[in-house]
Ligand binder design. Sequence first.
Ligand code: ADP
Ligand code: MG
Length: 671
Amino acid sequence: HKNGQTKETGNNLYLPIFPFREDLLRAITQHQILVIEGETGSGKTTQIPQYLMEDVRLHSRRNEIGCTQPRRVAAMSVAARVAEETGVKLGNEVGYSIRFEDCTSERTVLKYMTDGMLLREFLTEPDLASYSVVIIDEAHERTLHTDILFGLIKDIARFRSDLKVLVASATLDTERFSCFFDDAPVFRIPGRRFPVDIFYTKAPEADYLEACVVSVLQIHVTQAPGDCLVFLTGQEEIEACCEMLQERCRRLGSKIAELVVLPIYANLPSDMQAKIFSPTPPGARKVVVATNIAETSLTIDGIIYVIDPGFCKQKSYNARTGMDVFALSLPQASANQRAGRAGRVAAGKCFRLYTAWAFKHEMEETTIPEIQRTNLGNVVLLLKSLGINDLIHFDFMDPPPHETLVLALEQLYALGALNHLGELTKMGRRMAELPVDPMLSKMILASEQYKCSEEVLTIAAMLSVNNSIFYRPKDKVVHADNARMNFTVPGGDHLVLLNVYNQWVESGFSTQWCYENFIQFRSMRRARDVRDQLEGLMERIEVEVVSSLEDSVPIRKAITAGYFYHTARLSKGGYKTVKHQQTVYVHPNSSLFEEQPRWLIYHELVFTTKEFMRQVPMFVCDRDRQRLVAGSGSSLLQEQRAGGQQQQEDAPQTGQDQGRAGIEAQGGHGQ
Ligand code: ADP
Ligand code: MG
């Protein structure tokens, strides 16, 4: 591969890493594990793997180089970039692998992948034999999967002396990585960084979205040339911000120079994603409105101004309530990374839309590792499948809270994935084969028993893209809502999703149909891909895919088998979750918003500014007076016999409130 020489990518020779190429390769030859620290944009992700590919000492065999990324978008985008730099077609020598999308081939030597995908590869190849080098990139992000990889890779490196391990990180925490990997040496790439002036607001901003828009326009009108980067928390906000900016520019017309507004977030189609890297037309200014993907994972050249409202969406899990909460926060370390984005090409400016006091007193210093604030069900199931039974003594860089671990074990037991000794059951083994959350995989596997796997696969696929199926443009809200209403079927939102998908199939997967019905074609296409993949996996674990011909009852039973933990009961003013007696509300988007069934099963809970809201998909238990009882680990869903006993004997002993739940669930029904 001749890289760095083509016209377009010739400036790779100027990346901070380039002068250290030989030193770095020598260090990698000499040490099995190496921690690499370098400023964002220094070339760690795109260059180091290429150096390795070209070096016969390190890469002579057929073995692959794997490079993990915490984010899907980064894996795809970086792979595309490197394929371009090396002049190969993406998916050939250079490819990527993310959940439900494998863009690699027999020829692939360099594979960018999400950390979750590498973790899953341990299932089929516990020693990662097909890799000669594994790069754990963006280590400072400390995602759950990256943290688990640390433990597993450290372990296999002991007996795979031929495996090279690189841990790459922005300039944060590198001492800790070195310490964890038995004092592995740290290779520092000296960064170039220009000074960044930081400005704070005098008083807190009431509406940070509006404040962002105003700040961009002010910069555009008053400041010297240079592109602008705005950090927001998610797709909706980003789209709103872009619309507002475009609208105001339209109104100002030719009074101002051209402003090129570009969004970047995970669900954006990749051709749109690529646009953020295109050069700004002369005389214009580019504004990239991004999630925190642009904090360290992607580097956009030419940024001089950064606008930081001081928020990112962080999932945090409350083991006591079993609830995921999205909190808005931002640690100081991230705020500083963001500011740093302004100083890559020249002296820059960072506008923080919060007060200096808030920075000092209200923001945490660093991010809490995800492992300490997330549901561990998935990972525990995976580790158990890898034969790691003693989770308490697993080599965690930072151990998860004890109660989260216990809750994960409890849930897996209730789902029938573990037996009473905490050992993996046959069901658990099959569940681990599916790259989805335990509850979802249980739902899918239960569909075999109820002979409705066709439908349940569709529902599972639709749930995985759920947030972006219905299109609701601001100027056509009424039309969009009407279109959505037309899909309503009795039985709740899962069945609505199924209905949408089936109608789309009937339309011949039509784009036009999507357009007319305010359905996002992209999301549907993705749902179809996910469905195909899941169907392929079903074959592998020998689950027959059959269709339920009668009615929705079997489908609802399968859903209940997976999601019985998520049962809620109508009570004054809202619903109460059965497990934790938490008051929650039906989301106004739900097909059940008006109906108010006495019992329902929800897919997930979302905490918004006001209250706990249930996210769209829901499922009524008692509509047709079905008696559905969350039952034992082995056969979760049992139809209650008239006057049946209070609780199944082998029902999970999941603490006292579980027992209460069983009793209440039965008390509420009559047949
Ligand atoms: P690091 O991993 O150290 O943060 P990278 O290897 O990601 O650095 O980036 C090195 C350079 O490559 C940066 O200047 C960045 O702008 C550029 N780059 C990375 N991805 C792309 C892309 N998709 N298109 C254009 N330039 C890119
Ligand atoms: Mg990088």
